[in-house]
Design a protein. Structure first.
Length: 202
């Protein structure tokens, strides 16, 4: 793939951290799939499976889209991963660094309780098992204690919700704060001939 310094006109210049976008990426940004990919990935933190369902493509194609997307914005994937990791560890999200506004996940205890109950069925040295021994153990475990799957399922659902919100709320919350700050600056300078009518942060 060859690199190009062309950037799609609908891409926010402040958001683009590098002009080294491949020809494939530039082409993708000319259609609705790429635009939807950008918006949904930023605000929902979705994975390849969800993207594939939304776009009506195979999971392999969706994975390719995500890989190409993150390759165009250095550091973005790492930032998303760290944000999700912190949210799952702490149970809350720092929505805005400037105001330190936070969102506390109300099902955090429920999520961790489901995980703890599920883990109680596993031996302490399970992490040292070989892949083959793990597969054999899990097969026997699920046959004798099928409820373990439900505990893992509940944990995965709550964890997924928290991770998606950790990405979404930071972007939406920071955007709202920026708009409020802009209005405060504007307040200091507006006149009868220049005044705000409506503010929208989305």
């Amino acid at each position: 793939m060859q690199e190009t310094d062309k950037v799609h006109p609908e891409m926010d210049g402040d958001t683009v951290r590098s002009a080294n976008i491949t020809n494939e990426i530039a082409e993708l940004y000319r259609n609705d799939i790429a635009i939807n990919l950008s918006l949904c990935n930023k605000y929902d933190g979705m994975g390849a499976n969800t993207l594939a369902n939304n776009l009506g493509v195979s999971e392999e194609e969706a994975t390719k889209f995500l890989t190409m997307y993150f390759a165009s914005f250095p550091g973005l994937e790492e930032s998303f991963a760290e944000t999700k990791k912190l949210a799952v560890k702490r149970g809350w999200i720092q929505i805005c660094k400037q105001t330190d506004k936070r969102y506390f996940f109300r099902n955090f205890k429920r999520m961790n309780d489901a995980k703890e109950v599920a883990l109680s069925f596993y031996p302490e040295d399970y992490r040292f098992y070989s892949p083959e021994k793990r597969a054999e153990f899990k097969k026997e475990l699920y046959e004798s204690n099928p409820e373990v799957k439900e505990y893992w399922r509940e944990f995965a659902i709550e964890k997924g919700i928290l991770e998606r919100r950790s990405v979404n709320f930071r972007i939406q919350g920071s955007s709202a704060t920026q708009t409020k700050m802009a209005l405060l600056y504007f307040l200091q300078n507006w006149t009868e001939d220049c005044f705000p009518v409506l503010s929208v942060h989305d």
